[in-house]
Design a binder for this molecule. Structure first.
Ligand SMILES: Cc1cc2nc3c(=O)[nH]c(=O)nc-3n(C[C@H](O)[C@H](O)[C@H](O)COP(=O)(O)OP(=O)(O)OC[C@H]3O[C@@H](n4cnc5c(N)ncnc54)[C@H](O)[C@@H]3O)c2cc1C
Length: 256
């Protein structure tokens, strides 16, 4: 049987929890998308209260294939994510996915580097590779590193940095990266977070001779490569669509 690459599916809310101020984890029952999802892919969520014409893109965080559920982590930044946070157990959204190209899963021992909501799609990679990855996560303060407990079952080592020094090393992920990659034998680096962080890590990975993938975020409408609203210029001048060609790209393709 040939499986479709993506589907639309009515998905009911199985769990919804505020895991940090204005950051929510939502678990959705969505067996078809859960079955198809690969690490680093995303879904387009339609909120069904009639107030939102466009779907909202969110990275798939964890998949439970036995139960047919996947989780999303999202921060409230506007009306769509606010309305999403109001949904309770048993209510429905409509999801389109899984969308885009995810991370290269052929690495044997990669270092994941994440900040902010970028730690959400990286979690799907850690889950898929169970124990093969280390995670370097950065946040403004200790509160932003609530992600530790979600990564703990899946990673070998967790390295933390905070801008204010309240947890882990004082500084940014870029501060500690050069020493970390000297101490361990990694075969790749996968990054998702603020662009300044991804650019910095990509530059340092290149200097260390490590292949590096970055997951880009761009405002998008359709998520299917049709509307072109998420088009970007790549280093060689070719236009690419973050939704369809990405969101994951090799760093040298998108960062000069
Ligand atoms: C491929 C992809 C995956 C994503 N995964 C996640 C995720 O896992 N968790 C998560 O919290 N967010 C994620 N986002 C961002 C998320 O889609 C937006 O925050 C959300 O659509 C905002 O909807 P809203 O109606 O609440 O806010 P809106 O009213 O649409 O926007 C409010 C403000 O949020 C900012 N904003 C909105 N969309 C984006 C965007 N795409 N990039 C940067 N800033 C934006 C803008 O400053 C805007 O003014 C992802 C985006 C993309 C493109």
């Amino acid at each position: 049987m040939i499986l479709p690459e993506k589907v639309t599916e009515a998905a009911s809310v199985i769990a919804q929890q505020e895991v940090a101020p204005d950051v929510f984890r939502m678990e959705l029952s969505s067996p078809a998308i859960t079955e198809l999802a690969k690490p680093g892919q995303f879904v387009q969520v339609r909120i069904l209260n009639g107030d939102h014409i466009l779907r909202r893109p969110l990275g798939i965080a964890e998949c439970d294939r036995t139960r047919g559920t996947f989780s999303l982590f999202y921060r409230i930044v506007g009306s769509g994510t606010r309305d999403l946070s109001l949904l309770v157990h048993g209510e429905n959204v409509n999801v389109l996915g899984p969308l885009g190209h995810g991370f290269d899963v052929s690495f044997q021992h990669p270092l994941l580097v994440g900040g902010g909501m970028g730690l959400s799609p990286l979690l799907s990679y850690a889950q898929a590779k169970r124990g093969a990855c280390d995670i370097l996560m950065g946040g403004k303060n200790a509160g932003e590193l609530f992600w530790q407990s979600f990564y703990a079952p899946y990673v070998e080592k967790t390295i933390l940095t905070t801008d204010d020094g309240s947890l882990g090393s004082h500084g940014f992920t870029t501060t500690v990266f050069p020493d970390i990659v000297k101490q361990e034998t990694y075969d790749g680096v996968l990054v998702c977070g603020p662009e300044i962080m991804m650019r910095g890590i990509a530059r340092l990975a290149k200097a260390a001779g490590l292949p590096c993938q970055v997951s880009l975020e761009k405002r998008m409408a359709c998520g299917l490569g049709a509307c072109l609203s998420c088009s970007i210029d790549t280093v060689n001048g070719a236009r690419k669509k973050v939704c369809k060609d990405g969101p994951v790209f090799w760093a040298e393709e998108v960062f000069a």
